[in-house]
Design a protein around this ligand. Sequence first.
Ligand code: NOJ
Length: 521
Amino acid sequence: MRSSSGVAALGTVLASLLYLVQGATLGGSQNVEKVTFPPDFMFGVSTAAFQIEGGWNADGKGESMWDTYLHKHPEYTPDRSNGDVAADSYHKYKEDIEMIKELNVQYYRFSLSWPRILPHGTDNYINKAGAAYYRTLIEELKMANITPVVTLFHWDLPTPLMDLGGWSNRKMVDYFVDYARVAFDLYGDIVKIWTTMNEPHQHCYNGYGTNYFVPALESYGVGDYLCAHYMLLAHAEAYRLYNSEYKPHQQGNVGITLDAFWGEPKNSLNPDDVEAAERYTQMHLGLYAHPIFSKEGDYPDLVRQRIDRLSSLQNFTRSRLPSFTKEEILKLRGSADFFGINHYTTFLMSSSSMEKTWKVPSMDHDTGVKLEQNPNWSKPGADWFTVYPPGFRKLFNWIKREYGEKIPIIVTENGMCDFGGREDYRRIDYHNQYLYQMWLAIYEDDCNVIGYFAWTLMDDFEWTDGYTVKFGLYEVDFNSPERTRTKKLSAVNYSNIARTKQIDFGYFKRNFTENGLNNII
Ligand code: NOJ
């Protein structure tokens, strides 16, 4: 167990504080008043270019595949929306910086829009205005003492590259490395923390292997693995490029952001369910993490064997999951300075050979795990989202068990969605409880978690759900041309956490609710 010197009042049972505010109850088994994170713990907030920037064709920006697809298919989102204006951060970034300052966080994670910098996707032409936008943003962040954490690819692939097959085309590895080089050249003097890819699993599975995300290729059990394979190789090449040509003088770090639901066995006494939950995590997180973070490298054996066997049974001459060469395995192994993880929710898992909605072949069929939600867990917004804080702690422990305790883990996203409203007590509860589980993972389980980024700074374009669900700490009025931003209560709570590096479970009750809320929002 880690030293508990930073722990304030641990062990104090506060029955009287087992509520947060006005009827919002605490979901977990937390029974302490305050817990404290290490003094150098990184608190931050995250966004992504397509979800907030707008300015879809401003100042020479090229189209991303999301622009193109949503213009052609307005029916894709329930509110027929797109990212043309979004929260208009392309024009309102100064306000964003004021909000980030108000949150007291020391880090801001955002992504570069590849087509804003390289309108054709390729590096033969750099859009000066697009490049200057990020330079100004980064410089102003630094003047405000906020450290930028930059994601190179958060799903908005330039359309001309999608037209060539996107991540199902091996050539994308070269295009990504060329783009990474441009970004390191443009910003590497002042950006010291990079993540290459955001959630390759969600991107490949939903976009290439189903039609849930753009590009909606529906190449079940084939396109999703090609995408995974080439994104992994592109990540490794970009990491190696940075290490050999930039790190010696720029001295920064490069990681990757993966994602995972936690898989809780439906019946923990049933070995089949326990095995199913493990299989799910290997097939979804292990597929990406094992080649990079394991001692052996390459895809996990379980994944390799399962997909090879099913491919052969399905009469494929070769496995639907491509293979790495020996050289590629070495290039991938150890190709990250930190493990970025996004986590939101947990599912109950049980074994199944075939569900009605599964295609053959498909990644779902390859995985053979049925996902259900626990009806007792609250569901505050999007359909896929239930609240189960202990899943967070279990996930950290899974990562530690699989990949050891040395690799630093940064939570690059965690947050709650609802349908809007500024008195968002449930979001306060969500942050407090998930952070508490993370704190337990650090102090009780020795997991090497060094940072936490809340998702997200403000309400934004939530992909398939358009603007119908909200994840923001700040509300955005999408009906106003000004895209007016207004603080939610959760921003006040998170700001206190980031300032004090403490979760103070009674903070809200003591400071605000008794005197009314009007003075703070
Ligand atoms: C993870 C993705 O990175 C982000 O873009 C998305 O908005 C959140 N999940 C919430 O769904």
